[in-house]
Design a protein around this ligand. Structure first.
Ligand SMILES: NC(=O)C1=CN([C@@H]2O[C@H](COP(=O)(O)OP(=O)(O)OC[C@H]3O[C@@H](n4cnc5c(N)ncnc54)[C@H](O)[C@@H]3O)[C@@H](O)[C@H]2O)C=CC1
Ligand SMILES: O=C(O)CCC(=O)C(=O)O
Length: 416
């Protein structure tokens, strides 16, 4: 009987990190240091619920490596959050920051909860409780959180306010993804999607796919997926499929994106309004030129990789494709723009937000977009060139580019 592939995100990340460091010629001590976060904090957060009862939530904050600079990465609120997932997510952040030359290492946080079933007040108390629990470990020069799945600018605002109260001074640089009036950056909300479209354009040029004629499927209709649908639709592409946690919609003639954007709820759900929806798994194997997973991990596995019809897979989500699926798709000649490159636009504009907070001087939309575009176009070509030179797949190449920067900082500091 065939053994099922191990889809554990931490194990597969460690595997690629080890291969990347070995290929780059670093000795095993570098891998020993980087195969786990330097620090992982687990916290228990008591929250008074609206019915008067206390519910205790589990949360995490992982700091993968701070040799390059303070750690940086989002906080997710999701029922499936685990310690292993948060660790892997923090490692991916180190690689993203390395690829884009940001002065950060990787961090990530998460709370096991379902914000879709919680009131505004309960969410505020949970967000503030999380900050109180992790406040010793984080800060504008230590570790800077940001939004991720099911967290948004309101949650960032509560977290920033709680941190400022604890420290007794206004600390906008503690967190990014804030509302503009509290020191947010123009363009942060749409930056992950804009970044995906920038690197996708570069990949499409390499493959000779004209975006205006491309048929595109996007899995996930939240922050990343919905802005992406808008940008690509506005650029003339045909969005033939979208999905959310409730299911998926597919129309080979193109979906009415404006209507779907108007009807989606604050958790990125809209397909529940349509009786003709299909499943997320059915959507992924429909006909298209470009497939963009923008939801959660482990969506493309050994079970469906051989059925994918797209010529280009652009990973807006973190970790959507397993190790075996990466091999199958690469062998089939399908180009993968890996998560650590494709979804880096968010952290790049978060960095711009932090710089603006430190300066107290705010940039225009043109300045943000121009700088973001330059960083990501360079990053794409650096990773693509590495893949050609080393005859490596795009994921391994991205890990090599990102980890080299971390390894060099580790070496100069004399840690290894
Ligand atoms: N928001 C950001 O700045 C960044 C987000 N990302 C990644 O992009 C992906 C999406 O994040 P956001 O758009 O921010 O989150 P979001 O919370 O705004 O949207 C999540 C979307 O995924 C859908 N979803 C949730 N569970 C699902 C499931 N089991 N099956 C199918 N769909 C499901 C939701 O319905 C929603 O449409 C995540 O992997 C995240 O880590 C990466 C870089 C930055
Ligand atoms: O904006 C940030 O600092 C981090 C975004 C993030 O969590 C990610 O890229 O996965």
């Amino acid at each position: 009987m065939k053994v099922k592939e191990n889809v554990d995100v931490l194990a597969r990340t460690q595997q690629v990190i080890e291969t990347a460091l070995t290929t780059l010629g670093y000795d095993s001590a570098y891998y020993e240091l980087m195969k786990e976060p330097l620090r992982l904090l687990t916290v228990r957060i008591p929250v008074k619920m609206d019915d008067g009862k206390v519910k205790v939530f589990t949360g995490y904050r992982a700091q993968h490596n701070d040799a390059v600079g303070p750690t940086k990465g989002g906080v997710r609120f999701h029922p499936d959050v685990t310690q292993e997932e948060v660790k892997a997510l923090s490692m991916w952040m180190s690689i993203k920051c390395g690829i884009t030359n940001l002065p950060y290492g990787g961090g990530k946080g998460g709370i096991q909860c379902d914000p879709r079933t919680m009131s505004f007040g309960e969410l505020e108390r949970l967000s503030r409780g999380y900050v109180r629990a992790i406040s010793q470990l984080v800060g504008p020069t230590k570790d800077i959180p940001a939004p991720d799945v099911f967290t948004n600018s309101q949650i960032m605002a509560w977290m920033m306010d709680e941190y400022s109260r604890i420290r007794e001074f206004d600390s906008p640089g503690f967190i990014t993804g804030k509302p503009l009036v509290l020191g947010g950056s123009i363009g942060r909300e749409s930056s992950t999607a804009l970044g995906v479209s920038i690197v996708m354009n570069e990949a499409a040029k390499v493959l000779g796919i004209p975006i205006q004629k491309a048929r595109i499927i996007i899995q996930g209709f939240g922050n990343a997926g919905s802005y992406l649908a808008k940008f690509l639709h506005d650029a003339g592409a045909t969005i033939v499929g979208i999905s959310d946690a409730a299911g998926a919609l597919y129309d080979p003639n193109g979906l009415d994106i404006e209507h779907l954007l108007e009807r989606r709820d604050s958790f990125g759900c809209v397909t529940n309004l349509f009786p003709n929806r299909i499943t997320n798994q059915e959507l992924l194997v429909q006909d298209c030129d470009i497939l963009i997973p923008a939801a959660i991990e482990n969506q493309i596995t050994e079970d469906n990789a051989h059925l994918i019809k797209a010529k280009l897979l652009v990973e807006a989500a973190n970790g959507p494709t397993t190790h075996v699926a990466t091999q199958i798709l690469t062998e089939r000649g399908i180009m993968i723009v890996p998560d650590v490159l494709a979804s880096a636009g968010g952290v790049v504009v978060s960095y711009f937000e932090w710089v603006q907070n430190n300066q107290g001087y705010y940039w225009t939309e043109e300045e943000v977009n121009e700088r973001l575009t330059k960083i990501l176009v360079d990053a794409f070509h650096n990773v693509y060139r590495t893949s050609q030179e080393k005859k490596a797949d795009m994921r391994l190449s991205a890990y090599m580019v990102g980890l080299k920067r971390v390894a060099e900082a580790v070496r100069w500091r004399g840690w290894v």
